[in-house]
Design a protein around this ligand. Structure first.
Ligand SMILES: Nc1nc2c(c(=O)[nH]1)N[C@H]1C(S)=C(S)[C@@H](COP(=O)(O)OP(=O)(O)OC[C@H]3O[C@@H](n4cnc5c(=O)[nH]c(N)nc54)[C@H](O)[C@@H]3O)O[C@H]1N2
Ligand SMILES: Nc1nc2c(c(=O)[nH]1)N[C@H]1C(S)=C(S)[C@@H](COP(=O)(O)OP(=O)(O)OC[C@H]3O[C@@H](n4cnc5c(=O)[nH]c(N)nc54)[C@H](O)[C@@H]3O)O[C@H]1N2
Ligand code: SF4
Ligand SMILES: [Mo]
Length: 717
């Protein structure tokens, strides 16, 4: 795709007056495709072209979002000044005034209600440096325990599952280029064809090499179309399905006994647990043919090598932690881990979904993936930060729980950097009430998002082509994003904004950075010796080596690409097989006469998350300018819904109106709605605030709903 090519019908080429070439990485998904954005000032206006740049992960490939990602950067809605809410409207002000207001309001809240009355909410788009600084800003700048981030909704169940099983959570346990060597690949609840399109060639190559691909998804997605076997399960039944797969393996005596004995613990308990079940019953619960389950289990277990990938379909459930652990059990039971062409991968979501969860913007975490409750970790980080360990707050609560605390008045102020929670949290109506109840809300963003509408102040941040920093991609490879395009107007980098605020609050001494690299140098020390050890990684190395994998504990060492060749990270070196702790099953929403359909939610290729950025791209918006509900035609008929009608969907939480789109690619008992739109199309108005007891992940992928044609007066959305 080439924007220069749009001079159709013109005979004279415009003269180029100036050309700027910006080296960048796409701001959207975790593939972190490298690209160059060429900006030409011509006699007929500014023109843009995006070209992929070769790199070890994506080899110069880009998807449509990567090609279009300059459009939001140059959009007229970008805020270029701090914006203050006056009489319900935003008015541009100078930085000094914005900082005066922050200083005054912050101190007032701290004096009247204590330090924990303030909170910080971050995001997985932030660079490692900014995510790290946000954690330090909360713990040292504000001294509040309340900090969490949108990654809680993204991969917290996969992260907690990997940590408990292996002792460490790095998205992929092995190199991405090993995918074509796996003889069997399981893709569970992941729609890579639309969500990480540039990973597809690895799977296509695997297929050409004769690999057997199994997809587990309630919909026939573009990813499922590539499968040799598609298990089109009932939403929320991954636990039943994996239990059945494990049962078949034990029944047929296909488990890798040597691996279980030498490299794991808890295998006997797992076997005893699984043996209580009947494959027939589990197959019925998952609504997958028993024969397909037997075939999948046998092929995976008998394949010499195999890999399992999970994403949000499995993870965004209130039993997400245990469902992921069961998938990892499957890899362990077959011995498919710690050798070439074998492993487990949680397909990371956001640009810096991986790095963003390692350096302290999570409520229970300090840099280097350290626990805030571990006395040694606290001492280490306190020494790097030059603060007294006793003054560092303890563990706070998860993102949605923070929103509940805003609603009940316990949290009175919030600094929100890089997220749009009103659209992305479950139970959106409650979240709106919580944000409205805040005495003071500061949002740092490129735009006035739906959430920023509720802010007292919105501070203008820089976009990915402007902001230098490191991001850790889905492989665990730390990459360098050059930035460097001049910031528009008075916009500033997130790290500059945090440093300015900290300085105003009298903490300047701890936030006196002059560049992103200086922050990275501190991050290296803070992460040293932790599970996510970045000590051996420097900007220079990243540039020279085209990215460096973590863990990388010393400058002499190469980062480790494949993990667990010899041992796992737990102190006894073994992986922990998992037997459910919460009884047989965590009870999810059930269908009833009043709410007879399963709703599941997710993504389309052309939009990113809550659509704040992709909604500003004319090219991407042209593909989907409004939300929709995917319904099987037979289901639509049953409910009297004609093609393209508006329909009302209702759950216990609330209702929305969206246009329907018939599709035979979905189960008849299930409907699917993407979550890229806010307001009346916000599907999170339907999702309950129930959280996974281990990792506090909401159940975004399952709600029981009713459906009917929208009433005439509601036909406007
Ligand atoms: N185009 C695009 N790409 C993106 C993003 C985006 O917004 N748009 N976001 C990025 C981010 S942050 C993330 S986290 C990733 C998400 O990437 P994915 O997790 O791949 O995306 P989703 O569409 O949320 O869900 C994946 C699949 O889960 C299926 N599913 C639903 N319920 C169940 C279930 O109970 N079990 C199973 N096995 N499957 C189920 C859905 O049908 C869907 O096809 O994508 C990243 N890439
Ligand atoms: N129903 C349902 N809900 C879901 C999900 C689902 O599958 N279904 N998925 C969940 C998942 S996986 C995720 S990751 C969340 C994401 O949900 P959100 O956190 O709300 O993600 P975004 O829409 O990307 O919001 C990011 C905001 O940050 C701004 N921004 C972008 N880059 C920067 C930057 O560098 N600095 C600053 N300061 N701002 C920036 C953008 O303009 C945008 O307003 O949603 C979750 N919600
Ligand atoms: S959205 Fe993901 S796959 Fe597409 S160009 Fe951006 S980083 Fe690459
Ligand atoms: Mo995500």
């Amino acid at each position: 795709m080439n924007d220069f090519g749009s001079n159709y019908g013109q005979t004279i080429e415009p003269a180029v007056l100036e050309e700027n070439r910006h080296q960048a990485q796409c701001p959207f998904c975790s593939m972190q495709c490298k690209k160059e954005v060429v900006e030409q000032i011509t006699t007929r206006g500014v023109k843009y072209k995006t070209v992929g740049v070769d790199n070890p992960t994506t080899h110069g490939r880009l998807c449509v979002k990567g090609h279009s990602a300059y459009q939001h950067v140059i959009h007229e809605d970008r805020i270029t000044n701090p914006m203050k809410k006056v009489g319900g409207r935003f008015k541009p002000i100078e930085w000094d005034e914005a900082l005066d207001i922050i200083e005054q309001r912050t101190k007032e809240i701290q004096e009247t209600s204590g330090k924990n009355a303030l909170s910080v909410y971050g995001g997985g788009s932030l660079t490692n440096e900014e995510a790290y600084l946000l954690g330090k800003f909360a713990r040292v700048g504000l001294q509040t325990k309340y900090i969490d981030y949108n990654g809680r909704f993204c991969m917290s169940s996969a992260a907690s599952a990997a940590t408990k099983t292996f002792g460490v959570d790095r998205g992929f346990t092995n190199g991405i280029e090993e995918i074509p060597n796996a003889k069997c690949l399981i893709l569970a609840g992941t729609n890579i064809a639309e969500c990480q399109p540039t990973i597809m060639p690895y799977f296509e190559q695997a297929k050409q090499n004769g690999s057997f691909i199994i997809v587990i998804d309630p919909r026939v997605t573009e990813t499922a179309k590539m499968a040799d076997l598609h298990l089109q399960l009932k939403p929320g039944e991954d636990w039943s399905l994996t239990t059945a797969l494990l049962k078949v393996i034990f029944d047929k005596n296909l488990q890798n006994k040597e691996f279980l004995q030498n490299r794991t613990e808890g295998a006997e308990e797992l076997e005893a647990y699984v043996r209580q079940y009947s494959v027939e019953e589990l197959a019925k619960r998952a609504d997958v043919p028993r024969g397909d389950i037997e075939q999948a289990a046998t092929i995976f277990a008998e394949a010499g090598t195999g890999m399992i990938f999970t994403a949000r379909g499995v993870e965004q459930q209130i039993d997400g932690h245990q469902a992921v652990r069961h998938f990892i059990n499957l890899a362990l039971v077959c011995g498919h881990i710690g050798k070439p062409g074998a492993g487990y991968g949680a397909i990371t979501g956001q640009a810096n979904g991986q790095g963003g969860r390692e350096h302290g913007q999570k409520s229970d975490q300090l840099p280097g993936y350290r626990s805030i409750e571990d006395p040694k970790a606290r001492e280490h980080v306190a020494a790097v930060w030059n603060v007294n360990e006793k003054d560092m707050p303890g563990k706070g609560v998860s993102a949605y729980e923070m929103m509940q605390k805003t609603k009940n008045g316990e949290i009175k102020g919030m600094f929100l950097v890089g997220s749009n929670p009103i659209a992305s949290n479950p139970n959106a109506s409650i979240v709106k009430e919580g944000l409205e109840a805040l005495d003071f809300l500061v949002v740092v963003d490129l735009f006035i998002s739906e959430t920023a509408e509720y802010a007292d102040l919105v501070l203008p941040s820089t976009a990915y082509i402007e902001d230098e920093g490191t991001l850790t991609n889905m492989e665990g490879r730390v990459t360098w994003r050059q930035g460097g395009r001049p910031a528009p107007g008075q916009a500033k980098h997130d790290w500059e904004i945090l440093s300015l605020i900290a300085s105003r609050l009298g903490k300047g001494e701890w936030f006196s950075y002059r560049s992103a690299e200086e922050i990275f140098e501190e991050l290296r020390l803070a992460s040293k010796g932790g599970p996510a050890d970045y000590y051996g990684i420097t900007y220079e190395r990243i540039k020279q080596e085209n990215g460096v994998f973590w863990p990388c504990p010393s400058l002499e060492e190469k980062g480790r690409q494949r993990l667990f060749d010899e041992s796992f990270v737990h102190s006894n070196g073994r992986a922990h097989c998992f037997t459910p702790e919460h009884g047989e099953e965590i009870i999810k929403e059930r269908l009833s006469e009043a709410r007879p359909l399963y709703l599941t939610t997710g993504r389309v290729m052309s939009h990113y998350l809550t659509g704040v950025q992709t909604g500003k791209s004319a090219r991407l918006n042209a593909r989907y300018f409004e939300s929709f509900v995917e319904i099987h035609p037979e289901t639509a008929d049953k409910y009297g819904i004609k093609e393209n009608d508006l329909v009302t969907l209702e759950s216990l939480q609330g209702s929305i109106v969206v246009r329907n789109q018939w599709s035979e690619n979905i189960r008849k008992d299930t409907i699917f709605v993407p979550f890229h739109w806010a307001g009346k199309q916000n599907v999170n108005r339907l999702i309950a605030g129930t959280l996974d007891p281990v990792c506090q992940m909401p159940g975004f992928k399952l709600a029981a709903v009713s459906m009917k044609p929208a009433e005439a007066k509601k036909q406007e959305i």
